[in-house]
Design a protein around this ligand. Sequence first.
Ligand SMILES: [Zn+2]
Length: 216
Amino acid sequence: MSLCYGDTKNSLENRKKFLGSIGIDYRSLICAKQVHGKNIEYVTEENKGRGALDYDSSFADIDGFITDKRAVPVAILTADCLSVFIYDPKRPAIAILHAGWRSTEQNISQEGLKGMQNKFGSQPKDVFVGFGPSIRSCCFEVEKDFKSNFGFGLLKKDGRVFMDIALINQRQLVDCGVKKENIFDPALCTFSDDNFFSFRKEAQVAGRLISVVMLK
Ligand SMILES: [Zn+2]
């Protein structure tokens, strides 16, 4: 689905097919040049189509979008990183976040919630969260002396260290007031399941999965 990484020759056609099947015009899609940071952009109708037909028009230095506008589809592209979908049915409003370990370390989930709180008055207790497929703790091995500010989420197994990005994001969201039962985690591992692209497995040739959300 990426217009920049992996084999891109069918990407537009793939987007058209997939997005069309869920009622989204692929020409309206809003994408980012993701940088593993924590910057979140508020987008509206005016921004529709940025990154839809070419990579260059994507938002630069952004790893998440929030909007309260209808028919404004926002997307994150991943290959192993966790995508975080947030939906506030009360406002209504949505967010999509790109949470690799670096963004997770900067607590992008909290940034997304804060953005929705400040901009829309969203209350964490009201929101529903969904996780996309990502590399899971079964496969995400890190260096034995891996240093991070995570107080949890690093699992030791037979002298090796594995990271649980989904668990960390879940805890960060719950710490902000999101109800645990409102967080939906399909627990799909991009590394062990060949249906998905995996940067750790395929490196530079890896394509990207799309995580997209839109208020109807
Ligand atoms: Zn796995």
